[in-house]
Design a protein around this ligand. Structure first.
Ligand SMILES: [Fe+2]
Length: 247
């Protein structure tokens, strides 16, 4: 499996707060059948893009060194979880924020209710710059529940969606689990990832969560969500388009 959303790097955001915890998360990834972890620290400070990238790359390198020195098979690659607000218009070249140097960029909106038009405009700006936004955890946005047609619009513009494993496993309640499943079954969500922040709470024990996923998901669907689609991106190839059932 490939985890395309994980806050595994130490002391860069609200994820892992020590090198020990980052190493714990690496070991958990290994035990849970995750071969590659994309480190996606929150990118919030638009004026500090270069410092962010330098810090992230250095920490990923350090973690990879520790991984191989300790016989861990997991490889860490780099990305970011880009917070979308008006400052997106002020950003310089954002190529270093994409997943492993591909054109795919993991993005998030505020968890508070947000203006649908602005959400569309921010995504449009990224697409105009040649990126393909992957909207992280759509099942966490109250705005999408109230107005799921935004999902249709974002999809038609070229956005993809990534559902969190914990939400799909029902940890956020039945409503969140149902919406997560619906996003997958309708063809919008093409990835499931951990969004892990520590080895304990919000962790990356993927196999535990996998066991709690809805039974309606077939093995083939899970392989696409957890392995094949992420691998396509890692290889910097283009994900094949699939039809959706609109909201
Ligand atoms: Fe995240």
């Amino acid at each position: 499996m490939i985890d395309i959303h994980c806050h595994i790097l130490p002391n860069i955001d609200d994820g892992s707060d020590s090198l020990e915890n980052s190493f714990e998360m690496l070991k958990l990834a290994d035990e849970n059948g995750i071969d590659v972890v994309i480190a996606t620290p929150h990118f919030l400070h638009y004026s500090q893009l270069y410092e962010f990238v330098e810090d992230r790359d250095e920490k990923a390198k350090q973690l990879n060194r520790i991984s191989s020195e300790n016989g861990c098979r997991v490889v860490v690659a780099c990305g970011a979880e880009v917070f979308l607000d008006s400052r997106v218009f002020t950003a310089d070249n954002m190529d270093d924020l994409t997943i492993n140097g591909s054109r795919y960029m993991l993005c998030e909106y505020t968890l508070k209710p947000f203006d649908r038009d602005k959400a569309i405009i921010y995504a449009e700006e990224l697409i105009g710059r040649g990126y393909i936004p992957i909207i992280a955890h759509p099942e966490r946005y109250v705005t999408f529940y109230n107005d799921p047609e935004i999902v249709n619009e974002l999809h038609d513009m070229g956005c993809l969606f990534q559902v969190n494993a914990s939400g799909l496993a029902g940890h956020g309640g039945e409503k969140m689990q149902d919406f997560s499943l619906e996003l997958i079954k309708r063809g919008f969500a093409r990835f499931v990832a951990t969004d892990a922040h520590s080895p304990r709470s919000r962790n990356n024990k993927m196999l535990e969560k996998l066991a709690e996923f809805p039974e309606e998901l077939s093995r083939v669907e899970l392989e696409d969500l957890l392995s094949n689609n992420p691998l396509t991106i890692l290889k910097k190839e283009k994900l094949p388009e699939v039809g959706v059932r609109y909201f």
